[in-house]
Design a protein around this ligand. Structure first.
Ligand SMILES: Cc1cc2nc3c(=O)[nH]c(=O)nc-3n(C[C@H](O)[C@H](O)[C@H](O)COP(=O)(O)OP(=O)(O)OC[C@H]3O[C@@H](n4cnc5c(N)ncnc54)[C@H](O)[C@@H]3O)c2cc1C
Length: 424
């Protein structure tokens, strides 16, 4: 990265350089994190012939939990990449055309995707691990793409105030990757963000989720539904392997209390919300079957410093509400590739290019996070006090708002358009 035209006040934390570095590799773009942001950016740059190295801390892409709702905005990007047909042929998936709310004895449409003008007027439900594996296999077709798994990035290489790459641990010791640009795409607990001394401005999320599955009878209607009971709110949707995925919304920090009340109390609260589940809640025998997922939300005021750019959840932690994080992460990658590939190819990348990526995506992120925050407050308020005598709130009664919400969740405001050069 030659001339740095703008200065930043961010400082890189003191680094203790390891005594032994087993090897030093050189690339043009080093991406930390093999989630949706990292893999899509790597694929786009690889298609442009840019040397790119993707470092993933885990040895496989399997995780305890990764969200699996993909919006139309992301599927349209897959279309343009020429990947949709193969993806859907290879990976088991299902679809849902609507997010519904069941409360006050009624079911209303929260977001109706079926009326969107798109090839994909629905949410596609794909196990995220399968999506990542598919995209990785696609990127591997390009000789200038390199994937390092089990590569846990723990240090940034900084020279004269510019990030020149990373040091990672893996394969029996320390290694160095030197690069013109380093991208932190390492998710909501981003190590790169911490190492660069960038601080997340957090928005309080009033809820956590208890995440578990129950069997689904084939005759039961598919769909994604937010269901209100007097004590609890449950989000349910059908998975591609024939189960119900269930997220029980709980007030933040209340897990210990819920656990102390016992698994039978949890089962009863589920049946109170969805009486049909009475014939299968016994499947929930142990707390190990239910993961506690802490909901967080926040964003950086500045996504970059010389030589370094943060994207996806590393730059803006998304709440699971509405199932948009993967789509927005993929859109970040598209915006970054559109803006950065030319300067990376020509070797004239400047910090103003990194600033342009943030400018391109910031408004969309602010709008969706405002919306998620608005909805989270309302959902958790009802989780504590729902009662069938409540009136349907106005934001659920107006049909045109359902269409508007579907558009926002599916595409966001000002979605980036993939330039023709990335298409096959
Ligand atoms: C409970 C929950 C449910 C969700 N459900 C959905 C959903 O259904 N649909 C949706 O669109 N969004 C959902 N989201 C949000 C979505 O998961 C994120 O917005 C999205 O995964 C962000 O992608 P990312 O690539 O930026 O980060 P991540 O997907 O978090 O990927 C980051 C990657 O970086 C790796 N990494 C971390 N540290 C290092 C390191 N030091 N060195 C190397 N690699 C490292 C990690 O192992 C990981 O593979 C959900 C979020 C939560 C919390």
């Amino acid at each position: 990265m030659p001339e740095v035209r703008e200065q930043t006040t961010k400082t890189v934390k003191d680094l203790l350089i390891p005594d032994t570095i087993l090897d030093v590799q050189q690339t043009t773009c080093c991406i930390v994190g093999g989630g949706p942001t990292g893999i899509v950016l790597a694929l786009l740059l690889a298609r442009q012939g840019i040397p790119v190295m993707l470092l993933e801390a885990h040895k496989t892409f399997e995780r305890d939990f990764r969200g699996d709702l993909i919006q139309a905005g992301a599927m349209e990007i897959m279309d343009k990449l020429g990947l949709t047909e193969r993806l859907l042929a290879q990976v088991p998936h299902s679809k849902t055309g609507e997010i519904e709310f069941s409360l006050c004895g009624q079911t209303v449409s929260f977001a109706d995707f079926s009326r969107l003008k798109t090839r994909h007027p629905y949410i596609t439900i794909i196990p995220q691990v399968k999506l990542i594996e598919f995209l990785t296999a696609e990127a591997k077709r390009y000789p200038n793409f390199q994937l390092l798994v089990g590569a846990n990035v723990q240090q940034l290489i900084e020279e004269n105030g510019i990030i020149r790459g990373v040091r990672y641990r893996g394969n029996g010791g320390w290694h160095e990757v030197r690069s013109h640009l380093t991208v932190g795409a390492d998710g909501r607990f981003s190590q790169v963000r911490k190492l660069a001394g960038m601080e997340l401005i957090e928005t309080a999320a009033p809820m956590d989720l208890l995440w578990f599955r129950l069997p689904r009878h084939p005759s039961e209607p598919e769909g994604l539904r937010v269901r209100y009971g007097s004590k609890r709110v449950l989000v349910t949707y059908n998975t591609s392997d024939g189960n119900w995925q269930i997220a029980a919304v709980i007030p933040k920090g209340s897990y210990r209390e819920i656990q102390a009340a016992g698994i039978e109390a949890l089962r009863q609260s589920i049946v109170e919300v969805v009486p049909e589940f009475a014939d299968r809640v016994e499947h929930l025998k142990d707390w190990k079957q239910a993961s506690l997922l802490s909901v967080q939300m926040g964003r950086l005021s500045q996504w970059y410093c010389p030589g370094l750019l943060l994207l996806g959840d590393a730059a803006h932690v998304m709440s699971p509400l509405g199932g948009v994080g993967i789509t927005y992460a993929i859109q970040d990658a598209v915006a970054a590739a559109n803006i950065l590939s030319e300067p990376l190819l020509c070797g004239n990348l400047r910090i103003s290019h990194l600033a342009a990526v943030q400018r391109n995506r910031e408004l969309a992120i602010k709008v969706i996070q405002w919306f998620q925050s608005f909805m989270q407050k309302r959902i958790t308020a009802k989780a504590v006090q729902a009662d069938n005598s409540l009136k349907l709130p106005i934001y659920l009664r107006l049909r045109f708002l359902s269409d508007l919400r579907a558009k926002l969740l599916a595409f966001g405001v000002f979605p980036p358009h993939l330039k023709a050069k990335y298409r096959l």
